[in-house]
Ligand binder design. Structure first.
Ligand SMILES: [Zn+2]
Length: 92
């Protein structure tokens, strides 16, 4: 689907009586909502990364072996208190 910008409605003199105009507006508003939600998710993921860095450095970790981990995993240990993996480089 090619992106049609909302200003094309005005550029090509499409009127509100044209049923498709309202549908296009509704679709474009939904796209904008999705874009804003993606931005919010990205922002929240960055905040989680920042919190994980602080948690990794402040938790008195209790490491436990993850029996379900892959034999190729970088580490098999996670903290039973904060649930972070025992790989400092992930949290710097
Ligand atoms: Zn911990």
């Amino acid at each position: 689907m090619k992106t049609i910008y909302i200003f094309n409605i005005y550029k090509y003199n499409m009127t509100d009586e044209d049923e498709s105009v309202n549908l296009i507006k509704e679709r474009e508003n939904i796209k904008k909502d999705i874009e804003n939600l993606h931005k919010k998710i990205s922002y929240q993921k960055d905040k989680i990364d920042e919190l994980n860095k602080k948690i990794f450095n402040s938790c008195n970790h209790i490491w436990e072996k993850d029996i379900d981990s892959s034999p190729f995993a970088i580490t098999k240990y996670y903290c039973i208190k904060c649930s972070l993996w025992r790989i400092k480089s992930m949290y710097v």
